[in-house]
Design a protein around this ligand. Structure first.
Ligand code: ADP
Length: 409
């Protein structure tokens, strides 16, 4: 009898890219990783790295990849060249990152026609991302119809937020008819990072209260009480909350109809303005924190202001979530900005000793790819940096559902 399959292919299909990783869940090792980017543009790029040898082996090729269907064909072809194709008997399942799971999905879910239809029904609230996720599911099925597929939703971790946090103060009938509530996002990252933080602290996850700041190009904060998300800054869509690379985050909703009435902007125009031309980019013309801090350092006042607005919003959420949680054990930074910008981390907690928060300058300056504490010894709240790993979390959840000991249903 052959051994049970232990490999999981994780697919993260974004609006114009597909990232993937093949993992062996016996030891959580990575066998291959890669990405297809600029899908639909004239020169797309496929980069595939095989990790089974002594040294990583990377193959890159450029050429047009018209859509997600073709992108996945390219991924499958690269994997097949290394004998790791979608038909390989060691492959247990494909785990898909799906951005929006609405209220229905609160954990990893085996994909069937019903699940697929629900993901499709949520396209209006995730117009760029859910169709990409669906394309991933459909192409994987075309390539190997008998291979199990699992959807891991960005919203799932927040699905049981208390209603006081998830409801908007809107007319109930309107909210219900249009399924308007706060769903949150980045849940896979918040789940992974909050658990890893409890491990770093050496505390049971169920007894640890954490504020997670996921600061990437998209950014969100979450208040996690005993392993459950009790509040998060993204809402119906990922537009709400923190200042992001190109998204405004929180804004007076009156700005929307003010612009529509007085600036001849359509709903579409305002959508593009708030999602693509605002945030750090809107404030100073750059969305990369490295560039912004470099410019601010050279005395550029616009960049300095962008940094200050960004940090001011962060501090407001730290204060708010301290109140939501009552007792905070850890404040943790993750994702591109959170893991790399000592300046942002220091500014975010500066002067918050009244909240039990402080950063040790030397610890904060350390650059390392592993979880670490950056607060001084003995402060009431541990401040930490924990690199996120959404792909590993998706693989773990997929394996947990279908692998050895899991429910194969
Ligand atoms: P995404 O949301 O696209 O997954 P990431 O988590 O990869 O984003 O974060 C990307 C962002 O991280 C970049 O836009 C940049 O602002 C920031 N970043 C990356 N490296 C650094 C660094 N060394 N210092 C400050 N910011 C950084």
């Amino acid at each position: 009898m052959s051994a049970s399959p232990t490999r999981v292919l994780v697919l993260n299909s974004g609006s114009s890219s597909v990232k993937y990783q093949l993992l062996d869940m016996r030891d959580e090792s990575r066998l291959a990783t890669g990405l297809v980017e600029r899908i639909g543009e004239r020169t797309s790029r496929v980069e595939h790295t095989l990790l089974t040898g002594a040294e990583p082996e990377t193959r890159t090729r450029e050429g047009r990849v018209a859509d997600h269907d073709e992108a996945l064909d390219a991924v499958a072809a690269e994997l097949s060249r290394d004998g790791l194709g979608l038909d390989s008997p060691e492959l247990l399942a494909v785990g898909h990152r799906i951005v929006h799971g609405g209220r229905l999905f609160d954990g990893p879910t085996r994909v069937d026609w019903h699940v697929e239809r629900e993901i499709e029904r949520l396209v209006p609230v995730a117009p760029l991302h859910n169709p990409a996720g669906l394309a991933g599911i459909r192409t994987a099925r075309r390539l190997n119809p008998s291979l199990p597929q699992v959807a891991v939703f960005d919203t799932a971790f927040h699905a049981h937020m208390p209603e006081a946090a998830s409801r908007y103060a809107l007319d109930t009938a309107v909210a219900e008819a249009h399924r308007i509530r706060r769903y949150g996002a980045h849940g896979t990252s918040h789940a992974y990072v909050s658990r890893a933080t409890a491990e770093l602290l050496g505390r049971p996850y169920e007894e640890t209260n954490t504020i997670v700041l996921h600061l990437g190009n998209g950014a969100s904060a979450a208040a996690v009480r005993g392993g459950r998300s009790v509040d998060t800054s993204m809402g119906l869509t990922p537009l709400e909350g923190l200042v992001m690379g190109t998204r405004s985050g929180d804004i007076d909703p009156a700005v929307v109809f003010h612009l529509m009435r007085n600036a001849s902007m359509s709903a579409e125009d305002v959508d593009v303005l708030l999602n693509k031309k605002s945030g750090l980019y809107g404030l100073c013309g750059d969305n990369d924190m490295r560039e912004i801090t470099r410019r601010a350092d050279e005395g550029d006042r616009t960049a300095r202001l962008a940094f200050d607005v960004y940090v001011h919003r962060l501090r407001k959420y730290i204060g708010a979530y301290t109140a939501v949680l009552g007792r905070v054990d850890a404040l943790v930074f993750t994702a591109g900005v959170g893991e790399n910008s000592a300046l942002v981390r220091a500014a975010a907690v500066e002067g918050l000793t009244g909240f039990g928060l402080a950063v040790d300058p030397e610890r904060n300056a350390v650059r390392e790819k592993r979880p670490r504490v950056i607060s001084p010894e003995g402060t009431p709240v541990t401040v930490a940096v924990v690199p996120t790993d959404e792909e590993l979390e998706i693989a773990r959840q997929t394996y947990g559902l279908l692998g050895e000991g899991g429910d194969r249903g």
